[in-house]
Write a protein that binds this ligand. Structure first.
Ligand code: A2R
Length: 307
């Protein structure tokens, strides 16, 4: 049986299917030259040193759609497939984005605390919140998940703007300048890949353009937003609210963000439901099993699509 290196956790169902086809090795016991397949996730990826040491590597199967923790260009150069799990998580991550948006607008956490602490009884009705209806929403990265977010916002009558590298064949308004889009948006939702090309593209200028009544939602990667600039903007009132599922150095989250009342913070759970994680797990395993069956894979990342 081929030798598979496991990086990070896998579910029992994934383990059962993999054990029938591979000898599974853990990071603390493997012979690099024997490993032909790797299973990993978006957070752990594969370090450049590890990838260089795996001289007979053929496939890196990633659990998750983001693969910024793997050097896919180097893998493609070596003829190694990198695979990921696109599409099966679109709806779930889009739900998470909408959940954060609604929680910011309707002060869900503040009002929940208002009931729990007994303030409702002692202080009377809670202060009013803002309506999430009829807002202008700028989507940074109108890809698979970005489109699902736009679709899920339809019942709130959102006007959709978007910024991506290329203009799409859609009816929404395209901006080739992110700061200009932020200026025209009530909400900015980040859903690009991570990596060098998007590193801190949501910078101080973008956050200030979004403004005191603006809301930032990030369900992409922590690296996309300049976190220090975000904290400063939220503290000074230059930006109104932030709903964040991802952070620069997660799971470490700056105390300043945790102390702010105008943030809603989630522990990177965009796709983390039983149903969606099962679908992601199945596709992660399917990629590996297909490769040992016929040498191809189900869902290669774009850099490896030509292999
Ligand atoms: O290449 P384009 O024009 O289709 O734009 C893509 C956009 N994008 C960028 N936009 C602005 N500046 C950049 N440097 C840049 N790089 C990429 O992000 C596209 O509209 C979108 C990505 O869409 P998909 O490839 O379909 O990815 P998906 O499945 O929506 O997932 C997005 C990310 C993952 O990479 C994870 O990091 C996260 O969501 O969970």
């Amino acid at each position: 049986m081929p030798d598979l290196l496991q990086i990070g956790g896998i579910t029992d169902t994934m383990k059962e299917r993999l054990e029938a086809a591979f000898t599974i090795h853990q990071l603390d016991e493997f012979e690099p030259e024997k490993i032909t397949h790797v299973i990993t996730n978006g957070h752990d990826g594969v370090s450049p040193e590890l990838m260089a040491s795996l001289t007979n590597l053929e496939v890196i199967s990633g659990y998750g759609v983001g693969y910024d923790a793997v050097d896919a260009e180097e893998a493609a150069r070596r003829g190694i497939y990198v695979t990921h799990t696109p599409n099966v998580l679109n709806e779930e991550v889009a739900t998470t984005a909408v959940l954060l948006l609604l929680a910011c607008y309707r002060e869900l956490l503040r009002d929940d605390a208002y009931v729990r602490t007994g303030e409702w009884k002692t202080k009377g009705n809670a202060p009013l919140t803002r309506s999430a209806d009829n807002q202008t929403v700028g989507i940074l990265g109108l890809g698979r998940i970005g489109q699902a977010i736009a679709d899920k916002l339809a019942p709130w009558n959102a006007k959709i703007l978007y910024h991506s590298r290329n203009k799409k064949d859609v009816s929404y308004t395209y901006y080739d300048d992110l700061t200009e889009m932020a200026r025209d948006s009530d909400v900015l939702i980040c859903i690009t890949p991570g990596g060098a090309s998007t590193n801190k593209i949501v910078n101080k200028d973008v956050l200030h353009a979004l403004g005191p009544n603006g809301t930032l939602i990030n369900v992409s990667r922590g690296s996309v937003v300049d976190e220090a600039a975000l904290i400063e903007a939220l503290q000074s009132g230059a930006l109104g609210w932030a709903g964040l599922d991802v952070f620069e150095a997660e799971p470490a989250v700056p105390q300043a963000l945790r102390d702010l009342p105008n943030t809603v913070l989630l522990p990177h759970v965009g796709s983390a439901t039983v149903e969606t994680r099962a679908a992601m797990g199945a596709l992660t395993v399917d990629n590996l099993l297909k490769h040992i069956k016929d040498g191809s894979v189900m869902s290669a990342v774009p850099e490896c699509a030509h292999l």
